[in-house]
Design a protein around this ligand. Structure first.
Ligand code: AOS
Ligand code: ZN
Ligand code: ZN
Length: 388
């Protein structure tokens, strides 16, 4: 029997990277609803993200996005973040918003377009040197909308060549994580659509290239925890982009659509060594909240991950293995479900207080008046959003 006291020490090392863009306005192609108090600058995004870490101790890093978070002085941005108790994290590239990339970026048949896209990534690596970031995250919108529109095979060849040049530009302590997505914005084929394609490309590049698994990027019904187990076994799981998926890439609060799936994913992470001390796996949120308050939405998200991580750590793995080896089908399932059904919230509340954190981080943030202050302070100016 594994108890909360047995796992409490393991919870102390949990670190979930927040996406800067989660604090800006976002929406769908139908409407972007503004929210009072929304940040207008990268600094204000970082200040909001630091609130999440302040009340939970779970979010010491903020992922940035180029060009949305481009500044003249990255050293100043880095020290601004450090003064708020957080670090700058993953640098996310963007080859999905320039008109030049209408027909592809790293896969484009136009050498000039590919040059522009590779140079953008080399500029992102330069930013990484200035921010001290480990990871360059590459997500490509590249793909086609109709059969025959593009040559699927030659796009892969061009993609490899482009990625190789980017990879060769990485510093010794830097990594490239290649994210896959089964569709959107391309609707017929996407050039990095699945974990196998990402794995094939990062394997061809070398040890500093790994796969980024976005939990919202799979077709409904996909056994995501299988992909987690396999990539960990292959040593190529670099990072997660955690979010929810009711039907597609909704980027809503992780665990909101299917907390049991989040638990199963985190169990495979724990079982596969992805949560061990020194694990190379980075845990990041990739979320955009359209109608809910941004900071509270991020608080809810990191707390959901914490709760399911605690439940995953509670699995009695010795008893589970014995039951599996005995082909005790329902016994093994029961052991896993016992952990999943354990309500860890009271234990977590007491554990937080024992560490000088509020038992209820969301209530504590709401009582702080921070949201009211930023609404008043940020009344003017252009709010940041998906694309700025
Ligand atoms: C897009 O759907 C992907 O999830 C990207 O990871 C993400 O939205 C992008 O990296 C934002 O910078
Ligand atoms: Zn993502
Ligand atoms: Zn996504």
């Amino acid at each position: 029997m594994v108890t909360f006291n047995d796992i409490a020490a393991d919870l102390e090392r949990q670190a979930i990277e927040l996406p800067s863009w989660a604090f800006g306005n976002s929406g769908t192609r139908f409407k972007v609803f503004g929210t009072p108090g929304t940040p207008r600058t990268p600094e204000e995004k970082i200040a909001d993200a630091a609130q999440v870490n302040r009340y939970t101790g779970l979010a010491p890093k903020v992922a940035i996005h180029i060009p949305w978070d481009a500044v003249d002085d990255y050293a100043a941005l880095r020290s601004y973040a450090n003064d708020l108790g957080v670090e700058l994290g993953t640098v996310n590239s963007n080859t999905f918003q320039d008109d030049a990339y209408k027909f592809g970026s790293l896969t484009s048949s136009d050498p000039a377009t590919r040059r522009k896209a590779v140079d953008h990534h080399l500029e992102c690596i330069d930013v990484m040197h200035r921010t001290g970031s480990q990871d360059l995250k590459i997500w490509l919108a590249d793909g086609t909308n109709y059969p025959g529109q593009g040559d699927i095979r030659s796009r892969q060849d061009r993609l490899h060549e482009s990625l190789q040049e980017i990879y060769d530009g990485l510093g010794d302590d830097q990594r490239l994580v290649l994210e896959y997505k089964f569709f959107e914005p391309a609707f017929y084929h996407t050039d990095v659509p699945d974990w196998g394609t990402s794995y094939a490309h990062v394997s061809a590049l070398g040890p500093k290239a790994l796969t980024c698994l976005d939990t919202g990027h799979h077709a409904p019904g996909t056994n995501i925890e299988f992909i987690v187990a396999q990539l960990l076994r292959l040593g190529k799981l670099g990072s997660f982009d955690f979010n929810s998926r009711f039907y597609a890439d909704d980027d809503l609060i992780v665990g909101s659509a299917d907390p049991f799936q989040l638990f199963r994913i985190l169990f495979e992470v724990v079982r596969g060594g992805g949560y061990d001390v020194g694990s190379p796996v980075a845990f990041m949120l990739d979320q955009c909240h359209n109608i809910e308050d941004k900071i509270v939405g991020q608080l809810r998200s990191v707390l959901n991950v914490q709760e399911m991580t605690a439940r995953a750590l509670l699995v009695d793995r010795d008893a589970l293995l014995a039951a599996q080896n005995d082909n005790d089908v329902l016994g093994a399932n029961g052991i896993l479900m016992d952990a999943f059904y354990t309500d860890v919230r009271p234990h977590l509340a007491a554990w937080r207080e024992s560490r000088g954190l509020p038992a209820d981080p969301i209530a504590a943030f709401k009582a702080s008046g921070y949201q009211e202050r930023i609404v008043a302070e940020r009344a003017g100016g252009v709010q940041a959003g998906w694309g700025a």
